[in-house]
Design a protein around this ligand. Sequence first.
Ligand code: F6P
Length: 342
Amino acid sequence: MRIGILTSGGDCPGLNAVIRAAVLTGIKEYDFEFVGLRDGWRGLVQGDVRTLNRSAVRGISRVGGTILGTSRTNPYDAEGGGADNIAATMKRLGIDGIIAIGGEGTLAGAKRLADDGIPVLGVPKTIDNDLAATDYTFGFDTAVEIATEAGDRLRTTGDSHMRCMVLEVMGRHVGWIALHSGISVGAHAILIPEHPMTIEEISEYVRSVYDRGRAPLVVVSEGFKLAGMDEEYSRKGVDASNRPRLGGISEMLAPMIEEATGIESRSTVLGHIQRGGAPTGSDRVLATRFGIAAVRAAADGEWGSMVALRGTEIERVSFAEALGELKTVPQSRYEEIKHLFG
Ligand code: F6P
């Protein structure tokens, strides 16, 4: 069997570990051949491939990014796309099935192709950890580690100047990175999209920390919104283009906190640093297990499924299940630590 592997959507530490494990498992245990499809679905649609053999994957599991490149190309919208064209391209290249490593958008494309008869398997990927059917995704642990280190560093400079430091981490829909890094760094407030708060509440936490002689640290998820923020904008007639963009909420919050409390405040947007560089050991392990499981699923002919971590085991789930509602931070998980704020 000849399998095409692609990485699609935003990159994520651990992608290369999946590729390596899949290729080595396939070659050593099943005598499979592999080709890499360049830049996600684009490589499949345009038949742009590269060799994936043992030497191509040597030593890559500790390297960040993806050796295959990635893009947000949709396999249906792109020129030459659509199930019929893709089936023809696969036939021409001698590819029997696809392993698609990606997040929500990638998996939606994979499901549609699978529904249209293309043999596709999914491997979940997102640093945000918001995919429904899997307990964890690789990349998340790395992002939390990086955010933790950033938070630790902000604390020492914050302490020196007695400033309120606001650290913005990724998570456009969910607050998992903010929650975990906020806990690990001992943040005085953690702000997540699932739990809007008013500037008064946030300022109260900040003030009480400062009054104890400590420098406050606030960790905020990029998708956080102040309670009533959207309504307030609508009331004032501020149109969507003039509202704070994603990846900038901390720049809005710091001056608001400073104004409300009189405490000098600074913001840091961590951004893509959370996605770059080497994966942590845990992420390499999870990514490796996913890669192995994906190839075993291909060997079993279980196309149309996605590998997922359930508890400590890797299982196969349907694309439909994988594309269920996003895994948000449950209220109970947030309440569990909220008494530590302030
Ligand atoms: O989905 C993962 C994520 O890291 C989000 O948290 C973030 O909003 C987004 O990617 C940014 O991705 P890009 O800049 O590549 O569009």
